[in-house]
Design a protein around this ligand. Structure first.
Ligand code: PHE
Length: 450
């Protein structure tokens, strides 16, 4: 077994939960979820999303933390340790690459968030302000230097937290940011659902129309569930390695999953009622948050305050998720390249400055560079959420279900028999991990290919 790094560990179980929820709640909830709901027919999509999250994603979340805590070290080391085979290290490396891809477009959106937070603090979106938000957003995101500089600022903020380390950086900031996120989203939700005309938005979120569902939306729901819970990118393997031995992993997985889903639905409640109240098209896509919402803020009572609260929430959510993406890559480079934390983090930052800039430019001057009709930014988003993360999730369940086996799995989730867990629950979870999850992932993938 590879030696574990004891100085890299959460000081408490709450610290672990806060960090994992911080990772899960991110642009995925506030930016991706609402526009996917909009594009895939509202409530029907949410129902499919909830079922997938409960039956498939939560057990995978547990499987990841089992690999992380049992194996220890970086994701590649953890995979090798629990499987007993060197080849499985490849799954950890793939996780690192997935995080790189996600991080490359994530820092760009993180940069946009900083820009919009500054604009709202400067009072640009107060009630009665005259703005042309599509032109404003288009003009900004397609320009060459400004969005790149903002993405660098975002990278710099994240790197400071990473260099401070697991306890002083990740854990401390997560414990502070996570409760703030919940308070903020509830406040914004209350404002939105009390707007005149908000009911149409609430109906859209909660009254299903199953005719709008197809296989493409099934893949989108699976991909979104993985993306939102940070699955298949080795996040929970990395954080699992920092988790106290006494922690109840099953309970943790349930808390993380419920919190993230609650937040996503709250984000829907914060955005959709406002969208409908002002008669805006909900299928707007990725621009929903940056184009539609600013327009709405300028028309609603307390719009200026809400804009600051909203973009601050988006910013906190983005930073806490970016920290976890950064940590997966940093921990991998620390162990693969035998580097110190700060030099590993600097290497990651340097590469990201380049790949992030590429994603940013692909919205403007490099717009013509497309793969299968998508620019680099969209391609990174699509490939990482719909293919890499699902493949990563598949490898996780295959490793636990078929390499590790039930005995070791149960030993880990009961912390060596010290935690009381109904044997039937453990059996159901293992059954899902061994059979159901792999079949669903492979079947979805096949249905898309043919
Ligand atoms: N879960 C994050 C979000 O919803 C994204 C993420 C994916 C973070 C993978 C870490 C790892 O925005």
């Amino acid at each position: 077994m590879t030696e574990k790094r004891h100085n890299d560990a959460f000081s408490s179980n709450f610290g672990m939960i806060a960090a994992a929820i911080g990772s899960a709640i991110g642009l995925g909830n506030l930016w991706r979820f609402p526009y996917l709901v909009g594009q895939n027919g509202g409530a029907a999509f949410i129902i499919v999303y909830l079922i997938i999250t409960l039956i498939i994603s939560t057990p995978i979340l547990l499987a990841e933390s089992v690999i992380g805590r049992r194996g220890g070290g970086s994701p590649a080391e953890a995979y090798i340790n629990v499987s007993g085979r060197k080849a499985w290290g490849g799954a950890g490396i793939m996780g690192m690459i997935t995080c790189f891809m996600i991080m490359s477009f994530y820092v760009v959106v993180g940069g946009w968030t900083i820009k919009y937070l500054i604009l709202s603090v400067a009072g640009q979106f107060h009630r009665g302000a005259i703005i042309d938000s599509p032109t404003m957003f288009e003009g900004f995101m397609t320009s060459t230097t400004a969005p790149i500089i903002y993405s660098w600022l975002f990278i710099a903020l994240t790197i400071v937290i990473i260099i401070l380390g697991v306890q002083k950086g990740i854990e401390k900031t997560s414990k502070l940011m996570m409760p703030m996120l919940f308070v903020l989203i509830i406040l914004i939700g209350i404002r939105s659902v009390t707007l005149p005309g908000a009911k149409a938005g609430i109906d859209y979120l909660f009254k299903p129309d199953f005719s709008s569902l197809n296989f493409e939306s099934l893949l989108a729901a699976l991909g979104q569930s993985f993306f939102s819970l940070s699955l298949g990118a080795c996040m929970l393997i990395t954080y699992g390695a920092y988790t106290p031995k006494s922690s109840n992993l099953t309970k943790n997985a349930a808390i993380i999953s419920v919190s993230d889903t609650f937040f996503a639905v709250m984000a829907g409640c914060a955005i959709m009622p406002a969208v409908f109240a002002f008669g805006v098209n909900p299928t707007q896509g990725a621009g929903l948050v940056f184009v539609t919402l600013p327009q709405i803020f300028t028309q609603m009572p307390l719009g200026g305050v809400c804009s600051v609260l909203f973009f601050f929430t988006l910013f906190l959510a983005a930073v806490s998720s970016a920290v976890s993406l950064f940590e997966v890559i940093t921990s991998s480079i620390m162990s693969l390249g035998k580097k110190s934390r700060s030099s590993a983090a600097l290497i990651v930052a340097l590469v990201l400055v380049m790949t992030g800039s590429l994603c940013s430019l692909s919205q403007g001057v490099l717009r013509g560079v497309t793969i299968h009709g998508m620019n680099i930014f969209d391609q990174f988003d699509y490939v990482s959420a719909n293919f890499l993360m699902t493949t990563g999730g598949l490898l996780t369940v295959l490793c636990v279900g078929w390499r590790m086996g039930k005995e070791q799995f149960v030993d880990e989730i009961t912390s060596g028999g010290t935690i009381n867990l109904p044997p039937a629950l453990a059996s159901v979870l293992f059954f899902i991990i061994k059979y159901v999850a792999p079949i669903v992932i492979v079947a979805t993938a096949i249905s898309i290919i043919f």
